[in-house]
Every structure is written in structure tokens, then in C-alpha cells.
Design a protein around this ligand. Structure first.
Ligand SMILES: NC(=O)c1ccc[n+]([C@@H]2O[C@H](COP(=O)([O-])OP(=O)(O)OC[C@H]3O[C@@H](n4cnc5c(N)ncnc54)[C@H](O)[C@@H]3O)[C@@H](O)[C@H]2O)c1
Ligand SMILES: [Zn+2]
Length: 361
């Protein structure tokens, strides 16, 4: 008989879990492993709600394992460290993003790209080395090997730092890797949600000109005035798209659902790069001729390695890149998920886990 989640490990834990693909979350008792010699354990204070959490609780990618405690934008305060931990101590402000393990010896791992390790272990909904299921940050405590722990610098508020751990690194990494981080370049950001609004902020902090491309005309004023975008295109307005043909060096596409990429390819200059980071459940149609004409590139990106994640946090602290968040109570999480599905959030929900997650006996 497999052991109950609350009996698998010595440390009691409590969170909210989805039990099936209805995606409805409810209180859940489980357990966390004892803090190992290289582990850092922390009290979770805030956790962001990523659209991937929504895909996962509803099993939209077909990979979900239940019970599923989502959350991979986790921040908190260290409560215990193992005796071989070198870089963290009790009381430190720390975070965990999308992964908690990798093989540490393959070419990707040696290259600080644990995110592309074939044996990478996701923060929730994955099998850990001991065969037990990993549980995410919609919960009271977290434990991870120190290699997968990020330091949150003191001048970053913990609540708005949380979304950097997934949304932040997922847009920072491709801006760097695809060379879209040079002052004077001009990029487009498609989809002004959690990832998209952070992409605007990072690109602006790098000195890059930014055009937001969105289906919602009502996001224009805020994109220009509050987020600092330079211009705004409505993706269904053919005249506007026509007028911007061949103007962009690159595009970061964060859209979470199926959408046409043909109009986006038209906006790129020759050698322009369309980088897909959104993860729609259904495939996109890729027209080839617009790629041939102008030697354009379509690429992807999945989060970032641990070294780069820390670099991104340090960059955010230095350049004051702070996600715009709506802080919510744990009890509000199901409503928040419904609102996220309708893109009704500016721009990231963050759960105040520390103050509002109440263990039931
Ligand atoms: N590549 C990665 O490593 C990685 C990391 C995190 C999230 N993701 C994925 O990125 C996507 C975005 O995540 P998020 O948390 O920013 O989500 P979000 O819901 O906050 O933002 C998505 C945006 O896409 C827009 N959108 C939705 N459907 C659209 C459509 N049909 N056409 C045009 N625009 C549309 C929404 O209005 C919203 O602004 C999700 O699919 C998520 O799973 C990928
Ligand atoms: Zn995420």
C-alpha cells in the first residue's frame, strides 16, 4: 500500500491541492522530508500564481499527477539549514522557482542550464529522487537542495519578488540568450499578462525599445503610461500591423492559448527572432514562407538556469524591476484561477501564504 501523503515524510505540511482535472483547489495535508545536509527549509510567505499552475491543475498538458499542490514562484524565510549548506542561514530571504533537482552532471547542468537537463525535477507534480511526489508553494513550508535556492535581495519586497522566480526568468533569459538585450534594439511583447508585463519592464531596464502587441485596446494606456512601453499595437487591427511591418528585431510571445503567428512574423526585420515562451495546449500553425523571406528565426525558451536566475534577481534589485501584483488570501485562490483564465488580473496574483494559509486540524 502506498503511504498517505501526510505520512511519507517526518515533517507535517499543509497546503491547497487540486485532486482532479476540475482544477478546484482545497485544503490538503501532506508532509515534507527532513532537512537533509545540503537542504534549506523555509517558511513560505508568498507564492505567485503562474498561468502554468492553471494549465497544470486542469491537466491541460496531459502530464498532471494528483493530488497537485501548485506554486513555483515561492518566497519565504529560512527556518533550518543542513550542516553542509554553505550559502544560506536561518532568517535569510529566499525563493524557489520551477525546479528542485537535476542530474548536475550532464552537458546542460555543467553549462548552468539545469532547466534543460533531461532529468530536471519540477517543483510540483513530479517524482523526486525518493519516488515521492513534489509539492509546490501553495503550502506552509518548503524544502530544497541549496543549489535550487535563490537569494532575494533586501531591497526587493518579498511579495512582488515572487513572480520573478518564474515569470521573471522566463522572459529575462531569452532577452539575453537571443541577444535582444542591447540598447537601441526594438522588440515586441505579445500578451500583456504575468510574463508579458515583466518582459516590458526588463527590456526597458536593458535600454530596449518595446512595442506591446495585444488583443485588448483597454490595456494601451497602462502599457504606455505605467509599464513604460514605447508603443502599442492591437493584434487584430490590420492597418496598425501593416504600418509596423519590418520594424522589430525580436518578439517575446507569452500568449497562453492558440493564436496566429503569421502577423507577428510580418513585424520582424530581416534576421528578426520570434521567441515563444507561452505554452498553449494546442500546436500553433507555422507558415514557412515569411521565415524564408528575411532569414527569420523562431525559437523557444523554458525558464532559466540557477546561475542566471540569481543574476536576474540581482538585476531586478539593481534596476528596480518589480512585477505589478494583486495580493490575495489563500481562500480566494479558486476565484483567482477563474479570473486568470479570463486575463482579469494586473498582472500577477500573489498569495499571501504566510498570513492567510490556515491549517485545519
Ligand atoms: N516557457 C516557460 O518557461 C514558461 C514559464 C512560465 C509560463 N509559461 C507559459 O506562458 C504562458 C503565459 O503565462 P502567464 O503566467 O504570463 O499567463 P497570463 O494569463 O498572465 O498571460 C497570458 C496573456 O496571453 C493573453 N492571451 C490569452 N489567450 C490569447 C489569445 N488567444 N490571443 C492573444 N492573447 C491571448 C492574455 O490576455 C494574457 O495577457 C502560459 O502558457 C504559461 O504556461 C511558460
Ligand atoms: Zn510559471
Amino acid at each position: 500500500m502506498p503511504r498517505l501523503p501526510e505520512e511519507e515524510h517526518p515533517n507535517k505540511a499543509f497546503g491547497w491541492a487540486a485532486r482532479d482535472s476540475s482544477g478546484v483547489l482545497s485544503p490538503f495535508k501532506f508532509s515534507r522530508r527532513a532537512t537533509g545536509e545540503k537542504d534549506v527549509a523555509f517558511k513560505v510567505l508568498y507564492c505567485g500564481i503562474c498561468h502554468s499552475d492553471l494549465h497544470m491543475v486542469k491537466n491541460e498538458w496531459g502530464t498532471s499527477l494528483y493530488p497537485l499542490v501548485p506554486g513555483h514562484e515561492i518566497v519565504g524565510e529560512v527556518t533550518e539549514v543542513g550542516n553542509k549548506v554553505q550559502n544560506f542561514k536561518v532568517g535569510d530571504r529566499v525563493g524557489v522557482g520551477c525546479m528542485v533537482g537535476s542530474c548536475r552532471s550532464c552537458d546542460n547542468c555543467k553549462d548552468n542550464l539545469e532547466n534543460y537537463c533531461p532529468k530536471m525535477i519540477l517543483t510540483y507534480g513530479a517524482k523526486y529522487y525518493d519516488g515521492t511526489l513534489t509539492y509546490g508553494g501553495y503550502s506552509d513550508t518548503m524544502v530544497a537542495d541549496e543549489h535550487f535556492i535563490v537569494r532575494i535581495l533586501d531591497n526587493l519586497p518579498l511579495d512582488s519578488a515572487a513572480p520573478l522566480l518564474c515569470a521573471g526568468i522566463t522572459v529575462y533569459s531569452p532577452l539575453r540568450y537571443y541577444g535582444l538585450d542591447k540598447p537601441g534594439l526594438h522588440i515586441g511583447v505579445v500578451g500583456l499578462g504575468g510574463l508579458g508585463h515583466v518582459a516590458v519592464k526588463f527590456a526597458k531596464a536593458m535600454g530596449v525599445k518595446v512595442t506591446v502587441i495585444s488583443t485588448s485596446p483597454n490595456k494601451k494606456k497602462e502599457a504606455l503610461e505605467n509599464l513604460g512601453a514605447d508603443s502599442f499595437l492591437i493584434s487584430r487591427d490590420q492597418d496598425q500591423l501593416q504600418g509596423a511591418t519590418g520594424t522589430l528585431d525580436g518578439i517575446i510571445d507569452t500568449v497562453s492559448a492558440q493564436h496566429p503567428v503569421l502577423p507577428l512574423l510580418g513585424l520582424l526585420k530581416s534576421h528578426g527572432k520570434l521567441v515563444l515562451v507561452g505554452a498553449p495546449e494546442k500546436p500553433l500553425e507555422l507558415p514557412v514562407f515569411p521565415l524564408l523571406q528575411g532569414r527569420k528565426v523562431v525559437g523557444g525558451n523554458m525558464i532559466g538556469g540557477m546561475k542566471e536566475t540569481q543574476e536576474m534577481i540581482d538585476f531586478a534589485a539593481k534596476h528596480n524591476v518589480k512585477p505589478d501584483i494583486e495580493v490575495i488570501d489563500m481562500e480566494y485562490v479558486n476565484t483567482a484561477m477563474e479570473r486568470l483564465a479570463k486575463a482579469d488580473v494586473k498582472y500577477r496574483f500573489v498569495i499571501d501564504v504566510g498570513k492567510t494559509l490556515k491549517a485545519t486540524s
